[in-house]
Design a protein around this ligand. Structure first.
Ligand SMILES: Cc1ncc(COP(=O)(O)OP(=O)(O)O)c(N)n1
Ligand SMILES: Cc1nc(C(=O)O)sc1CCOP(=O)(O)O
Ligand SMILES: [Mg+2]
Length: 223
């Protein structure tokens, strides 16, 4: 099978929800189901941070969330962990600058799986593309409390810089994105937004996911 087409990838990035058990107010299954009903377009299982599950419990949760994504027809991406991704037959893997190189992931998974890479500047982005990335995650755009070791806040300027350097790869902004500040991320050149807390911690998860979709689709804030 062949690599995902760039235009299909851009569509998947529109409302990219990321979470693990530590991010959830409700159970992870309830959280993901509600977000899926609200129209998220892509999901990343990121079981990370204090209290994160390991071993059999990690695998069990992964299987549960994987099944929900299959049922709702949402591609399922695993963060960092290539072996977990293989065990869960994930649709792809996301890696950062301190993780396994995208080239290694591509060699192991083949052409048909989705590979995302975090990039913070044009040099990292160019390397990711050369290594076979299908999309970039760029951030933190705004201050975030969901990642202890996040880089310095970059604002939307980092996305603008990447686009002005001529990069046309599908790209998603990440870090501190909310319904109130998502639009400038898109206007700077991102194809979508990637969110943990604004959806996982929302009072109404389904409606919040839906509202992100409306903003990204219309390029406008709701009335
Ligand atoms: C879509 C997306 N973008 C960026 C990241 C961050 O990846 P990384 O820098 O490897 O940090 P961790 O998430 O592993 O802590 C991401 N996960 N997803
Ligand atoms: C997982 C992650 N990566 C980041 C990066 O900058 O690469 S910021 C981040 C956390 C995003 O969570 P929230 O939407 O709650 O701010
Ligand atoms: Mg990582």
């Amino acid at each position: 099978m062949k690599r995902i087409d760039s235009e299909d990838m851009r569509k998947l990035l529109k409302v990219y929800f990321i979470m693990g058990s530590v991010n959830c107010r409700l159970s992870p299954a309830e959280t993901l189901s509600a977000a899926a009903d609200g129209g998220i377009t892509l999901f990343q299982f990121r079981e990370k941070g204090p209290g994160a599950l390991t071993g059999a419990a990690l695998l069990e949760l992964g299987q549960q969330l994987r099944a929900i994504c299959r049922d709702k027809r949402i591609p399922f991406i695993v963060n960092d962990d290539l072996e977990l991704a293989v065990a869960l037959d994930a649709d792809g893997v996301h890696v950062g600058q301190d993780d396994l190189p995208a080239r290694t992931i591509r060699q192991r998974l083949g052409e048909h799986k989705i590979i995302g890479v975090s990039a913070h500047n044009p040099a990292e982005a160019q390397q990711a593309i050369a290594d076979g990335a299908d999309y970039l995650g760029v951030g933190p755009v705004y201050p975030t409390s969901s990642k202890d070791d996040a880089e310095a806040v970059q604002g939307t300027a980092v996305i603008d810089t990447l686009r002005r350097s001529g990069l046309n790869i599908p790209l998603v902004g990440i870090g501190g994105i909310t319904l109130g500040n998502a639009l400038p991320v898109i206007r700077a050149g991102a194809d979508g937004i990637s969110v943990i807390s604004a959806i996982a911690g929302a009072e109404d998860i389904r409606e919040t996911a839906r509202a992100f979709g409306r903003i990204i689709q219309s390029g406008m804030l709701p009335e």
